[in-house]
Write a protein that binds this ligand. Structure first.
Ligand code: NAD
Length: 270
């Protein structure tokens, strides 16, 4: 259940997201996730919990794949380099697995300069893989046109109610793996009680969250569901053992409403 990335590395297809977790919750959740079989954790400078992730990682027997993201305020060549070092100190890892630009912030127009710093960090061997988050196809294409280096991953809001058909196609055309944030629709969209999801779950003696996550895995997404509850952390990892039928996948794919939870990436500029 690892996917190959265009830079020759691999990424686990299912990981734990730690957005809006307190330090204490991070430490409990990462330990529970490791126990359940997870090998990846997704944090960000903006979540203010990298140090807690670092403490949790230090207590594990096996290493985890670690992703963090540059805070929007820190875009720009010099500040990206400086703040990467700060993240590394907080996380306590020697080499980071994946560093992402958190949002393109098109009105600020700093993402190309920021990307050049990311390319340098990778060339120096300080980070294995570099990618982006919330990038629209035109932002991706501009990075490639101006630097010749494509991100390996584009992490975007993606769930059966918001399937990002155009972004996924643009990612695929550039060899970029699509990573789904909010993979469960943040459990506030009604997705987990949708009658189609519930019916498929009952047919497989699985849970709605497992069905949604199995859909992500089947269509080739990386997914990083968040939970602070150990039983749900275990439940969510169970998706790797759930095989959906072609009819199930078609029914889930028919659920797209085109409405996102978050702001459009064009409107996030600070
Ligand atoms: P999510 O879709 O993972 O939903 C999380 C919520 O779902 C939890 O708070 C919990 O209430 C509920 N839940 C979890 N497991 C469940 C289960 N088995 N049954 C029922 N309910 C369950 O949403 P998210 O946290 O926004 O996204 C996941 C991760 O993506 C984040 O933690 C973060 O790491 C990342 N993220 C990235 C960005 C970005 O801009 N790049 C934005 C938001 C989130």
């Amino acid at each position: 259940m690892d996917l190959s990335l265009s830079d020759g590395t691999t990424i686990p297809q299912l990981g734990l997201g730690v957005f809006r977790m307190s330090d204490e919750q991070v430490e409990t959740a990462v330990a529970a996730a490791a126990q359940a079989g997870y090998r990846m954790v997704d944090t960000a400078q903006g979540y203010d919990n990298e140090a807690a992730v670092g403490r949790a990682l230090a207590r594990l027997d096996a290493p985890m794949y670690v992703t963090t993201k540059l805070r929007n305020d820190f875009q720009g060549y010099d500040s990206a380099l400086r703040e990467f070092d700060a993240s590394m100190a907080r996380l306590g890892v020697d080499v980071l697995d994946l560093f992402l630009i958190h949002w393109p912030m098109p009105a600020r127009d700093l993402y190309v300069e920021t990307w050049k710093a990311f390319v340098r960090l990778q060339a120096e061997g300080r980070v294995r893989s570099i990618g982006v988050s919330n990038f629209q196809p035109e932002h991706l294409r501009r990075l490639v046109d101006e630097t010749g280096v494509a991100p390996v991953v584009n992490q975007v809001e993606l769930h059966p109610y918001f399937q990002q058909v155009e972004v996924r196609a643009a990612d695929a055309a550039l060899g970029v793996v699509t990573e789904a944030w909010g993979p469960l629709g943040q459990a506030k969209t009604g997705l987990l009680s949708d009658e189609v999801v519930v019916r498929i779950a009952q047919a497989h003696e699985a849970t709605p969250a497992q069905v949604v996550l199995a859909w992500h895995l089947a269509i080739g997404n990386v997914a990083i569901p968040k939970s602070v509850t150990p039983t749900r952390i275990v439940e969510n990892f169970g998706a790797v053992r759930l095989s959906l039928t072609a009819a199930d996948l078609a029914d889930l794919t028919a659920l797209d409403t085109g409405s996102r939870i978050s702001a459009s990436p064009y409107d996030v500029n600070d």
